[in-house]
Design a binder for this molecule. Sequence first.
Ligand SMILES: *Cc1c(COP(=O)(O)O)cnc(C)c1O
Length: 481
Amino acid sequence: MTQAINTQQALYRALPAMDTLLLIPQVIGLSRQYGAAFVKNTLTGLLNQARQQIAKQHSLPHWCLDQTALVDWLTQQLQLQSRHSMTPVMNLSGTVLHTNLGRSQLSEAAITAVTDVMRYPVPLEFDMGAGKRGHRDSRISELVHELTGAQACCVVNNNAAAVLLMLAAVAPGKEVIVSRGELVEIGGAFRIPDIMAQAGCKLVEVGCTNRTHLKDYAAAITDNTAAIMKVHTSNYHISGFTAAVSEAELAGLCQARGVALISDLGSGALTDLARFGLDSEPMPQQMLNGGVDLVSFSGDKLLGGPQAGLVVGQQALIDKLQSHPLKRALRCDKMTLAALEATLLAYRNPETLDNELPMLRKLARPVPELNAVGEWLLAQCRALHQYFSITLTPCETQVGSGSQPHVLLPSVALCFSPKEDNSGPGVRALEQCFKAATVSVIGRISANRLWLDLRGCDDDAALGRVIATLDAALSRGEISL
Ligand SMILES: *Cc1c(COP(=O)(O)O)cnc(C)c1O
């Protein structure tokens, strides 16, 4: 017993002192490179680990006794902790617009535009022609006018912010009428009743979950009503014995009674998506033509741009939004505006949109092409066949981000199932291997199979390399499953 304590004390005494460590020339160099406080904190962590190892295992970590090993270990730890968290992953999950994976990928044109505004001063709020102060939303406003006919546009951080600002500016302290069939929750605490409350409006619910009629709206209008709001039920679908009142029908009522008609469209596509094999999504231009005063939608759902919220419509109302104090808090930065401008420019030529926007390219990719990629990928698997049954299996891709939940696009998955006798490893282990690859591949496990939905792939060669590398490492025994 005494002997053990003595040894332990000896081990503690053998630990280098912090001051000594900080004087090692390489550590001084690392402090210059990584920052003195960060290096010292990391060393504190290492010494604490060593103390724990002494207490639990009565031994010293290997790096304590060897200065070179210590410097190597420290360098490795510093590098590990300095890695960027948002490194690219391949989203083969079966959901193309995955909110947790950053929704839309941007067009090359948008990426270039963003890097330029990051690197150089740009006329963000400067009117080059007049040589005086300009407005940061004016260029987007012009483009939106050209593409949708809207008089003006106000751009904010996301569609949730757009709805909040729209309500706060159009109906402060007033009543806003919404159908009970449209009291949407989007997730992440975006719920229409809560947003109403935050905007300082009084929600007036009308109709029933499945049926709301024009007369329900008409009967609910009072002297204190500022607006009727339609909310696109983008992430659910009510079917059966249903009735809803269209924007066009409501427009007449709103005009006659002097209240605004506003609409939260959610995804809001600017072109008919039917040409890309999707359902037609209600478009802001149709809403405006139908008599809606303001329409809001997201920048990074079916528009294929950066995270943003756009409110488009009547100039007088947009002016109210622009001058509301909340606008300053919700406005977009130059990177978002640059990416959005480049994205909108692509809409001038809808025929080539699926070439420009990666999101549409994925959604529109023909199944035979996916099959051909799948066959080629299958040929990259050799050692993997010893552990799993691998097949090309038809599957269905979701659009995602609450857009078109009822639409399932035909697709093909590279599908890994355990060997029939269950002798091999499970698919969870394989899923981890794919996640740990040089480019993380995110698949989906369902029915005890790992599915890599190829519709999510935008770099076939890179996916082929990941599979071939994994396969080679397996055959050399460098990784075990
Ligand atoms: C997605 C969505 C929102 C929220 O949009 P974000 O851009 O995610 O903030 C609001 N309303 C509807 C109907 C939506 O579909």
